[in-house]
Design a binder for this molecule. Structure first.
Ligand SMILES: NC(=O)C1=CN([C@@H]2O[C@H](COP(=O)(O)OP(=O)(O)OC[C@H]3O[C@@H](n4cnc5c(N)ncnc54)[C@H](OP(=O)(O)O)[C@@H]3O)[C@@H](O)[C@H]2O)C=CC1
Ligand SMILES: Nc1nc(=O)c2c([nH]1)NC[C@@H]1CN(c3ccc(C(=O)N[C@@H](CCC(=O)O)C(=O)O)cc3)C=[N+]21
Length: 298
């Protein structure tokens, strides 16, 4: 039997907490605000931006979308990020990838103030994450880990394969799995025998963007499969990287697309935004008391 590892219920719980915390801030005259910067006509980004805007409005977070042209030069995107980093009314910033061909992403990562870096894109955030220090993790990577833990899937002492090595998903997920005592193999375009590698893993995380890449031959019977892929089709559907039909009855657990990692990602991005807004107003004694009572969010 294959368990469906859904994320919608978990996302609802996170959103309820975000709503309560956002209400406290709003009562004190602070509107938690997330800026979403795009420079792409990529359809899966459009899905994410719609999901963020919808969830933000339901939780009491103000969402500001800065939609730049898909051929915007690095300088233009950089200037937008610097302005948002310096704007005290903005608490969180997410720069959507992909970006126009030729964009210098490393310059842009540096331009996101670490205290507003709610998708963990700045090397300071990534470095702190890897050093085990408090930092905003990329929301998707955190969503993968939280979803696995929510469904009581043991990581300690188990083997994992991560397919994809972007800084948004694959690389941070791999590190976070190792931090939780899994033994991890990272796969990418140059991996010689993908199926032979993933077939040895108890847990397979796939973040590639190629629908149907992972089929039954890639997965050992009973393993857990986390499908991060979201490819939008022309007829308005969202496809994962896993051939779900081929895995039903074969995998032990599988995240659905939609309804798996995606909703948790969106909810955690908003949670990070509220945390950033709380920290930015740490001088507010009421909020300080609340923060001291609660553990530092990872
Ligand atoms: N559900 C959610 O919350 C989220 C979903 N996504 C989705 O996840 C997917 C991946 O996103 P992202 O990491 O940003 O994408 P990138 O394009 O940045 O990275 C894709 C990775 O997949 C690898 N890859 C590509 N083709 C193959 C192949 N045939 N075999 C093995 N590896 C391959 C690439 O390898 P190489 O490095 O060698 O080029 C690269 O490391 C997309 O569909 C995206 O929309 C992303 C973020 C959040
Ligand atoms: N810097 C950056 N970080 C990202 O995390 C990032 C990005 N860029 N670029 C685009 C991809 C794509 N992505 C999605 C996240 C959630 C859903 C999502 O919530 N999907 C819902 C469906 C949406 C809905 O129902 O409204 C689901 O899977 O159920 C989709 C896509 C994040 N990405």
């Amino acid at each position: 039997m294959t368990t469906s590892l859904g994320g919608s219920e978990m996302a609802r719980t996170i959103r309820a907490d975000v709503t309560a915390r956002a209400a406290v801030l709003t009562q004190r005259g602070i509107t938690p605000t997330l800026a979403v910067v795009t420079a792409t006509d990529d359809e899966s980004t459009a899905w994410y931006v719609r999901s963020i805007a919808g969830s933000a409005s339901r939780t009491g977070i103000h969402c500001d979308t800065v939609a730049l042209s898909p051929d915007a030069p690095t300088d233009t995107i950089h200037a937008a990020l610097v302005e948002l980093s310096n704007n005290p009314g903005v608490h969180g910033i997410i720069l959507q990838t992909p970006l126009p061909d030729g964009t210098d992403l490393s310059v842009l990562r540096d331009a996101i103030a670490p205290e507003k870096d709610v998708d963990g894109a700045n090397p300071v955030s990534l470095g702190r994450l890897m050093a085990g220090q408090p930092a905003f993790a990329p929301a998707t990577a955190q969503a993968v880990i939280d979803l696995v833990e929510y469904h009581d899937i043991e990581l300690k002492g188990r083997t994992a394969a991560v397919v994809g090595r972007s800084l948004v998903v694959g690389t941070p997920v791999a590190h976070m799995l190792v931090q939780r005592n899994a033994t991890v193999t990272v796969c990418h375009r140059h991996t010689p025998d993908l199926a032979g590698t993933t077939r040895h893993a108890d847990i397979v995380v796939v973040a590639v963007g190629v629908p149907g890449l992972i089929s039954q031959e890639h997965i050992a019977q009973g393993s857990t499969v986390i499908d991060v892929g979201t490819t939008a089709t022309d007829d308005g559907r969202l496809l994962g990287d896993v051939d779900a039909d081929a895995l039903i009855g074969h995998a032990g657990g599988l995240t659905p697309v939609p309804g798996g990692v995606g909703p948790v990602t969106t909810a955690l991005l908003l949670a990070n935004t509220v945390t950033a807004a709380e920290r930015a107003n740490i001088q507010d004694q009421f909020l300080t008391a609340k923060l001291i009572d609660s553990p530092v969010p990872a």
